[in-house]
Write a protein that binds this ligand. Sequence first.
Ligand code: B4P
Length: 190
Amino acid sequence: MRVVFIGPPGAGKGTQSARLVKHLGITHLSTGDMLRQAQRDNTELGHLAGEYMAAGQLVPDPIILRMIGERLSKPDCWRGCLLDGFPRTLGQAKAFDEYLREQGTPLDVALELKVTEEELLRRLAGRGRSDDSPEVIIQRLKTYEEATRPLINYYSQQGILETIDAIGTTDEVFQRIVEAVDRHRHHSST
Ligand code: B4P
């Protein structure tokens, strides 16, 4: 099964993805985690990405596509994967569709996590990551509206969008996600 998570910063993509991959038995790929790991490893990618992340901007598509392309080709992704925080632009979504077409492995469901701005600000303030300062959060929300929100329409037109009310306990939100995913499971044998 192939699943993508879309949602503004702090919507709970990372939190819910970790649970859903266990439930579905598929591989978890988080572009945010991969970029933070590259920063910790002090690689060229890490240095480059760090500047964009610290400013609340998206890392440019060619960099992300190279990074995720390399990861998707590994055998643990063959039986299915959950992409957490990717795609984040229409360019990334179109390139990903092209890749999936070549592989003959369609995307089963795009999960949109919906949360009010007030709740997002409350959650991110509690997390305290280096890119969670108030100024950077405002920029990240703006970036989401401009670059990522168009994906909602893109996947809705493909008939695979599920919008999840992501306010409530993590258990309640997870339950809603599982129900939504179950509606799309028949599309996939893997
Ligand atoms: P990400 O790592 O994807 O992170 P995020 O959007 O900030 O957070 P997420 O939605 O995963 O929230 P979480 O579960 O942690 O991106 C970071 C940066 O990397 C981006 O700004 C960008 O620069 C770059 N990047 C990543 N992917 C990219 C791409 N494809 N293209 C370009 N650039 C890219 O939850 C947040 C907090 O809420 C946590 O503290 C959690 O405990 C809490 N929480 C979760 N669910 C809750 C609930 N139900 N109730 C209360 N609190 C909850």
